[in-house]
Design a protein around this ligand. Structure first.
Ligand code: GLN
Length: 199
């Protein structure tokens, strides 16, 4: 089974470890460069992207993670993790910085106060078995994608209809929502398969 790390600086780390294990991976937490060296893929959890950005520098993980991404390591970012994988962030803090990740512009806290948190069915390209039950918590959306970025899912109901919430660029995957909170292993299984294929 592939070894998948969960960046364990801040956010809902344990839920991803559980979901990855259920999806057939060996899941490890990652806080140090040596722990990063030992994984085949990495999950960046939801939490607070400004905090994760700061801690990435304090824990001296920015260079090592950018290097692994350049070498083709699969990375999945959920919510704040999606923001950390975006090459451009709108409504971010001026000092927050992401990785050299997916060629996309994301807007932080995009869904607004009225619909701060909500749930919606989202069909994901490449994941059979019907729509995922997507949970959004102060979530970003993807406002623009660059060349080579595949849109995997959009919201199809309600005021946010049409908004992009799942994307992939080669081995990098990102969702606005939190599949680790629903008990549905399909998104994590998709990422485990991607990591297995990349090994
Ligand atoms: N609003 C958070 C941020 O900007 C993301 C929220 C989440 O990860 N649930 O990082």
């Amino acid at each position: 089974a592939p070894v998948i790390g969960v960046l364990a600086l801040q956010g809902d780390v344990r839920e991803h470890v559980t979901a990855l294990t259920a999806a057939g991976a060996r899941a490890h937490t990652v806080r140090r460069p040596a722990e990063l060296d030992a994984v085949d893929g990495l999950v960046i959890p939801g939490g607070e992207s400004t905090t994760i950005s700061k801690l990435v520098d304090i824990f001296e993980l920015r260079g090592p993670i950018d290097k692994r991404i350049a070498d083709g390591m699969p990375v999945y970012g959920s919510c704040a993790g999606m923001i950390m994988l975006a090459t451009e962030v709108l409504d971010g803090r001026p000092d927050q910085r992401g990785f050299d990740g997916i060629a996309m512009t994301v807007r932080r806290n995009a869904f607004g106060r009225q619909i701060d948190s909500f749930e919606a069915p989202v069909e994901i390209t490449g994941i059979p078995g019907g729509p995922l039950h997507a949970v959004f918590i102060r979530a970003p959306w993807v406002e623009r994608v660059g060349e080579g970025v595949e849109v995997l899912g959009t919201v199809t109901t309600g005021p946010a209809s049409g908004r992009i919430v799942a994307v992939r660029q080669h081995n990098l995957l990102a969702t606005s929502f939190h599949p680790e909170l629903t008990g549905d292993p399909r998104l994590h299984a998709y990422f485990v398969d991607l990591t297995r294929a990349a090994r």
